[in-house]
Design a protein around this ligand. Structure first.
Ligand code: HEC
Length: 117
């Protein structure tokens, strides 16, 4: 009898703990990722470093309206995501490529952005 009572107590508690893993973050989604960005400032800096080294070097000469900086990279995150990870058109040409680490870092930052895939 004692064991059954104990089970009746433990079972609902463990179900609750299990289900609580699926309760979404209480903060409402506003579509504004600036809070995330602040937390991931380091990530953004890393991403900008890559954009400067592997994208701007060429864009500055061949696509000058698409030179990335700290301000416009946020606005252009969807375009960057598409060009690099969906269409895989960028970096263009054979001479410049991203290392695996660079791909990972860039993607990590992009995932903190509001991207319309
Ligand atoms: C060797 C030159 C070169 C490199 C390196 C390069 N690009 Fe480009 N990129 C271009 C040129 C030229 C265009 C415009 C013509 C076109 O779209 O092909 C362009 C266009 C773009 C566009 C707009 C076109 C679209 O598909 O929306 C984006 C976004 C872009 N590049 C992102 C990047 C990113 C991000 C990198 C770095 C990871 C990069 N590019 C590296 C030459 C380059």
């Amino acid at each position: 009898m004692q064991a059954t009572k104990l089970l009746m107590l433990i079972f609902p508690i463990s179900v609750f703990i299990f289900l609580s893993a699926f309760i979404p973050n209480s903060e409402p989604f506003t579509g504004d990722h600036s809070n995330v960005l602040n937390a991931d400032d380091g990530l953004k800096k890393e991403a900008l470093k890559i954009l400067k080294a592997k994208c701007n070097v060429c864009h500055r000469k061949k696509n000058s309206f698409m030179v990335f900086n700290q301000k416009n990279m946020v606005r252009r995150s969807s375009k960057i995501y598409k060009a690099v990870f969906v269409k895989r058109r960028m970096p263009k040409g054979e001479d410049i490529s991203l290392t695996n680490v660079e791909y990972t870092k860039l993607k990590k930052w992009l995932l903190t952005q509001k991207i319309n895939k």
